[in-house]
Each structure stands twice: as C-alpha cells, then as structure tokens.
Write a protein that binds this ligand. Structure first.
Ligand SMILES: [Mg+2]
Length: 109
C-alpha cells in the first residue's frame, strides 16, 4: 500500500466530530501515546528481558502510523510528500550514508 492510499483510508476511520483544534490535539496526544506504547514494549524487551513478539512491535508501529497520518490530514499535509521531504533532508545530511561526523555537522540545518 502506498502512503497516499494509506492516508486516505486512515482518514475514513477518524472521528469527524468536534472542532479541528480539538481533533488536532487528540491526534497529537494519540501519536504520543502510541509512540509511548512502542517504547514501553522495547523497554520491556531490553530492560526487563521480556520476549516481545515482532507482531506486537508491528501493531504499535501501525497505531503510530495511523496517528501520524491523522495529524498530517488535520493540517492538510500530504503524507507521501512528508516522507519524500524527510528522505531528501536525510540525504543532504548523510550524503554517503550515516556517519557520526555528518550527524554532528548537520549541514541541512
Ligand atoms: Mg497501540
């Protein structure tokens, strides 16, 4: 599935009631919550020695992606363009792949 299709389909499952401001706030909080759930799983894996199924990681990544799409939609932003711009920024920052020196230099900023 491409990001444009995902964003369109995700929007169909979002609440449409309430003000745009309220929906933006809920989406931003939801994004933080789902990112926190992902972090919690990895904390349990690394910090507590739990066996975390890859499917659980994938589920939380999906939940996080849904909220990323929701925030983008609520700001009339195109998720695919966001992805492309992000990769372009990182290509400028790391023209030869990641390096510590390039990370420190941050030439794209
Ligand atoms: Mg979740």
């Amino acid at each position: 599935m491409n990001l444009a299709d995902y964003q369109r389909l995700a929007a169909l499952t979002a609440r449409q009631d309430g003000s745009v401001s309220q929906r933006r706030l809920v989406a931003a909080l939801g994004l933080n919550g789902e990112a926190g759930e992902l972090g919690e799983l990895i904390k349990k894996e690394i910090g507590h020695g739990h066996a975390i199924p890859r499917e659980a990681i994938a589920k939380e990544l999906g939940d996080t992606l849904w909220y990323v799409a929701a925030v983008a939609t609520l700001y009339d932003l195109d998720l695919a363009q966001i992805a492309e711009a992000n990769i372009e920024k990182l290509r400028q920052r790391y023209p030869d792949g990641f390096s510590r020196a390039d990370s420190i230099a941050r030439r794209d900023v």
